[in-house]
Design a protein around this ligand. Structure first.
Ligand code: IPM
Ligand code: MG
Length: 370
C-alpha cells in the first residue's frame, strides 16, 4: 500500500464546480506550505455525467471512487434533468456512490458560529453555542429496501411500494459510530425512531440500547420518537449532542438541524464506510447545500461548506487533525473578520465572491500557520 494520499473530486452540477475550485486552492496550499501532497483525479457525477457520458455515474468513475482514499463531491441535480426517468436522475449517481462504497454512516454537524448567530431563524438565546451532529444511517431503510416499485392495479390505478427494513448488524454499526463520536464530544446520544408505530423502530431501539449497555455504559443514551425530535430541535436544540437515526428520518432531521444554523451554505458532511484492518474507511465528503441552480455560474456561492467538508476529510480519512483544526480556524477567522458570501450577508459586513472567500481562507491559513 503506497502512502500517497489520493482524492477523487466529483464536482457535479450547479455550484458544485465553483465551490470545489476553492477546495483545490487549499489542497495546493497544503502541498506548498505544509509539505502534504495529494494526488487528485477528477470525475463526473450527476447531470454533468449524464450530459457527457449518458449516465449519472459511469462505471469508470465508480471504479476510481472505490480506489481513492477519499471522494470529495460538490453537488448533483438541477432543473435541466428534472424530467428524466428515475434511474437516470442525477441523484442516482450520488446514491450509487453511497451504496457501492458502502457508506453507511453519514455525519452531519450543525454548529452555530458565533459570528452568524443572528442568521438563525430562531432566537439567539436558543441557538447560541449550538453544536450537534446528526449521525444518519445511509445505505439502508426505505431508500433501498425491497420490495419497491410501482405496479398497476387490476381495477385501474397503481400501487407504489417502498420498504422500511433494518437488521441487527445495520443498526449496531451505525449506533457504534454515534457512541464513539459522542465519547469524543459531550458524551450524549439520542436515538431516534418511531417505535410507537414501526417494528423496524422497535428493533432499532432494542439494538441501540443493547449495544449501549454492553459497550458504552458511560455514554448518556436517550430514545425519542422522530416527530418529537423534530419538535425538540426547534424548542431546545442544545439538549442534543449526537442524534443517531435512520436514513429517512436522518434526511429530514438533518435539513431541520441545518436550518437552525441559518446558514445552509456553511454545513459540511462526511459519509463513512466500515473500517478495514488498518482502520481505514471508504469515505465521501460533501457540502449539505446541494446544487443551488438559481445562483450557479455567478461566482457568488459560499465555498465554506465544501472547505469544512474537506476539513472533515483531513480528520477522518487522513488523521491530519492539526490541518483540519487550522482550516476550521481559518473559516472562523474569516467570518470574525467580517467577510460574507451573499447567502450569509449581514448589515455592516463585506460581501465577497466565492473566489475572494477562497483566497481569504488561504491568506488566513498563511497567517495562522505562521
Ligand atoms: C441528502 C439529499 C439526498 C437524500 C438526495 C439528493 C437523494 O436530500 O443528501 O440529504 O435524500 O439523501
Ligand atoms: Mg436531504
Amino acid at each position: 500500500m503506497s502512502d500517497k494520499k489520493t482524492l477523487l473530486i466529483v464536482a457535479g452540477d450547479g455550484i458544485g464546480p465553483e465551490v470545489m475550485s476553492e477546495v483545490l486552492r487549499v489542497i495546493e496550499w497544503l502541498d506548498k506550505r505544509r509539505g502534504i501532497p495529494f494526488e487528485v483525479t477528477q470525475g463526473l457525477v450527476g447531470g454533468a455525467a449524464l450530459d457527457a457520458e449518458d449516465t449519472p455515474l459511469s462505471d469508470a468513475t465508480m471504479a476510481k471512487a472505490l480506489a481513492a482514499d477519499a471522494v470529495l463531491l460538490g453537488a448533483v441535480g438541477g432543473p435541466k434533468w428534472d424530467g428524466l426517468p428515475f434511474e437516470k436522475k442525477p441523484e442516482r449517481g450520488l446514491l450509487r456512490l453511497r451504496k457501492e462504497m458502502a457508506l453507511f454512516a453519514n455525519l452531519r454537524p450543525a454548529p452555530v458560529f458565533d459570528a452568524l448567530v443572528d442568521a438563525s431563524p430562531l432566537k439567539p438565546e436558543i441557538v447560541r453555542g449550538l453544536d450537534i451532529v446528526i449521525v444518519r444511517e445511509l445505505t439502508g431503510g426505505v431508500y433501498f429496501g425491497e420490495p419497491r416499485g410501482i405496479t398497476p392495479l387490476p381495477e385501474g390505478g397503481f400501487r407504489g411500494v417502498n420498504t422500511q427494513v433494518y437488521t441487527t448488524p445495520e443498526i449496531v454499526r451505525i449506533a457504534r459510530i454515534a457512541f464513539e463520536l459522542a465519547g469524543r464530544r459531550q458524551g450524549r446520544v439520542c436515538s431516534v425512531e418511531k417505535a410507537n408505530v414501526m417494528e423496524s423502530g422497535v428493533l432499532w431501539r432494542r439494538e441501540v440500547q443493547a449495544l449501549h449497555d454492553a459497550e458504552f455504559p458511560a455514554i448518556a443514551l436517550s430514545h425519542m420518537y422522530a416527530d418529537n425530535c423534530a419538535m425538540q430541535l426547534l424548542r431546545d436544540p442544545r439538549q442534543f449532542d449526537v442524534i443517531v437515526t435512520d436514513n429517512l428520518f436522518g434526511d429530514m432531521l438533518s435539513d431541520e438541524a441545518a436550518m437552525l444554523t441559518g446558514s445552509l451554505g456553511m454545513l459540511p458532511s462526511a459519509s463513512l464506510g466500515e473500517a478495514d484492518a488498518q482502520g481505514r474507511r471508504r469515505a465521501l465528503y460533501e457540502p449539505v447545500h446541494g446544487s443551488a441552480p438559481d445562483i450557479a455560474g455567478r461566482g457568488i456561492a459560499n465555498p465554506l461548506a465544501s472547505l469544512l467538508s474537506f476539513a472533515m476529510c483531513l480528520r477522518w480519512s487522513f488523521g491530519l487533525d492539526a490541518e483540519a483544526d487550522l482550516l476550521e480556524a481559518a473559516v472562523k477567522g474569516v467570518l470574525d473578520g467580517g467577510l460574507r458570501t451573499a447567502d450569509i450577508m449581514q448589515p455592516g459586513k463585506a460581501r465577497v465572491s466565492t473566489r475572494v472567500m477562497g483566497e481569504s481562507i488561504v491568506r488566513e491559513l498563511d497567517k495562522l500557520a505562521g
